[in-house]
Design a protein around this ligand. Structure first.
Ligand code: PEP
Ligand code: MG
Length: 587
């Protein structure tokens, strides 16, 4: 009798980064805390096991201390964290875990898990609200220790030594930034929505990614053969031979198509009626300059600087930042490099701030709010930017400006940084263009006031859509509502473009909306002067622009602004440009 053929399984998610990869799955255990295994330790190694536990406790203590140290001045006293630090050494938790390791001869993770669940049960039985809170503290502290015990080995993405496709519940931008391209072919996650930073990272790395799959870590085991189609958001587990063959062909087709549009990407992005648009790149790392050049970028429209602050317990020094910025600026010279100041927190938490613990991080101490609260960290970065500016064509861009006062404070800080460099006798350049990111609806409403403080606006649609439509950009449950073509979004963009024209400043767009082929005629028609996107998308954007005329695009925009729904807007784009765009977009 022949063996039954295993059923192939298909999962549908959100296409976060294009391309197709086929290979073995590798499950990244981000939830290691819940799946602790028990094993016995022989008597000779028991002391070593206790030592390992103590080291994990010490590391958790150091992490808590770093968080405390890096808190804004006025938040310095943090009773919860102080309780956590005290709990680390508590007899109930610490002492009894050590005893359990020694008495039962078990591994530290197992002993800790056992003690914590006993403690939790005891506290919870007491029924007292205060004591229940203490149970939550115990769990928090033990999680921190557990992460140090199990985490390093099982979550170290940088250490993976096989060519695989990562499968995870979720990957933070910090995790993604550890991906080694020689090993990792692509990744898929249960969580994540449209425009999450994790997807943006995958695009930067030019690997296929599908997010928001919900059950990937349940349906897939390590070493399963999987196909990831980042163009359509499809994942196929244990594919039939026929499916495998089909996808091998599609993969080759996609790669050929990329090669063709890449060759053309060195042509200027000029419309059929002679208007030139700049097509710029969004980057996260200096290493991406190679792609920017390969794909014909006219400059860097957004250098996201926060990644240099991730995966480390401390903050980078001025010299390190200056070195990296200077490298980018010199490599791109004379083309412009738009350096955005630190946009941490929100969904880009950094290790040294992990204790911030905000209920609504997207509405929390993020980006410029954080920098204005941490003048030392801000000054270090501003000095590094001004110093790098002496080596080429630099613009500075402030993220998440929400109220007028913030841009005034940011410029004050920039002036103070320039003065301090002058005093130190270091070369720098202060006469650089200043830009404001328009990514919060209040900034659109205040655009006329903000324009007086800026040389350009850059519309960050990833956040503008999130904040205007109240859609968490990283949440798969509401991903279907994340609609760049919604009339509300179009009206916001229209106002920013109009105010910019009236006030005589330039208006750019650096959100993912600018990277989508079918949005480009509309953006051109609304009067956006420059589009910035992940480098991979630039060849396609240039091709679209070369096939458009500004006058047609303007009439499209006029019609689009009369529509009541995103679907209505999409339909008129489709009927006017469907033939050009479908070939590019749905390849
Ligand atoms: C945006 O919000 O559109 C943007 C470009 O910034 P980021 O994606 O880094 O938040
Ligand atoms: Mg943003």
């Amino acid at each position: 009798m022949s063996e039954p053929v295993a059923q192939e399984k298909i999962l549908k998610g959100i296409n976060a980064s294009p391309g197709i990869c086929i290979g073995k799955a590798y499950l990244v255990d981000k939830e290691g805390v819940d799946v602790v295994e028990k094993y016995f330790i022989n008597a000779k190694q028991l002391q070593g096991e206790v030592k390992r536990f103590k080291a994990a406790v010490k590391k958790a203590g150091d992490e808590f201390q770093t968080v405390l140290k890096n808190r804004p001045e006025e938040l310095q006293r943090d009773y919860i964290l102080e309780t956590h630090i005290a709990l680390l050494e508590d007899k109930m938790l610490y002492g009894r875990t050590v005893e359990t390791i020694q008495a039962e001869g078990v591994n530290a993770e197992w002993a800790l898990k056992k003690i914590v669940s006993d403690l939790k049960a005891t506290f919870e039985k007491m029924g007292d609200a205060y004591l229940k809170e203490r149970a939550a503290d115990v769990v928090h502290v033990s999680d921190a220790i557990m992460r140090n015990l199990v985490g390093i080995a099982s979550k170290n993405i940088a250490a993976i030594d096989k060519r695989v496709i990562l499968v995870a519940n979720d990957l933070s931008p910090a995790d993604t930034s550890q991906i080694n391209l020689e090993r990792i072919m692509g990744f898929i996650t249960n969580r994540g929505g449209k425009a999450s930073h994790t997807g943006i990272m995958a695009q930067a790395l030019e690997i296929p990614a599908v997010v928001g799959l919900e059950t990937a870590t349940i349906a897939i085991k390590s070493d399963d053969l999987i196909i990831v189609d980042g163009n359509t958001g499809t994942v196929i587990i244990d594919p039939y031979e026929q499916t495998l063959f089909e996808y091998e062909e599609r993969k080759v087709g996609y790669e050929d198509y990329r090669a063709v549009i890449t060759r053309e990407s060195h042509l200027r992005a000029e419309t059929t009626d002679g208007t030139q648009l700049e097509v710029m790149a969004n980057i996260e790392f200096p290493e991406e300059i190679v792609s920017v050049k390969n794909y014909g970028g006219d400059g860097i429209g957004l250098y996201r600087t926060e990644f240099l602050y991730m995966n480390r317990p401390d903050f980078p020094e001025e010299e390190e930042l200056f070195g990296k910025y200077r490298e980018v600026v010199e490599l791109m010279d004379p083309k412009p490099v738009t350096i955005r100041t630190l946009d941490i927190n929100g969904d880009k938490a950094i290790a040294s701030q992990s204790g911030l613990d905000e209920a609504n991080p997207a509405l929390g101490l993020r980006a410029i709010r954080y920098c204005l609260r941490k003048p030392d960290i801000f000054r270090t970065q501003l000095r590094a930017i001004l110093r790098a500016a002496a080596f080429g064509n630099v613009r500075i861009l402030f993220p998440m400006i929400t109220v007028y006062f913030e841009i005034c404070e940011a410029i004050k800080a920039l002036d103070a940084a320039a003065e301090s460099l002058e005093k130190d006798g270091l070369p720098y350049k202060r006469e650089i263009d200043i830009g404001i990111m328009i990514e919060v609806p209040s900034a659109v409403i205040l655009a006329d006031l903000l324009a007086e403080k800026a040389d350009f606006f850059s519309i960050g649609t990833n956040d503008l859509i999130q904040y205007a439509l109240a859609i968490d950009r990283g949440n798969r449950n509401v991903a279907h509502l994340y609609q760049p073509l919604d009339p509300a979004v179009l009206r916001l963009i229209q106002r920013v473009a109009e105010v910019s024209r009236e006030k005589g400043i330039e208006v750019y767009m650096c959100g993912e909306m600018a990277a989508t082929a079918h949005h480009i005629p509309l953006l051109l028609g609304l009067g956006i002067d420059e589009l910035s996107m992940n480098p991979q998308s630039m060849p396609r954007a240039k091709r679209v622009i070369r096939s458009l005329s500004v006058s047609d695009a303007r009439s499209l925009a006029r019609e689009a602004l009369k529509k009541k729904t995103a679907r209505g807007v999409f339909k008129i784009i489709q009927s006017a440009y469907g033939d050009i765009i479908s070939e590019l977009e749905y390849h």
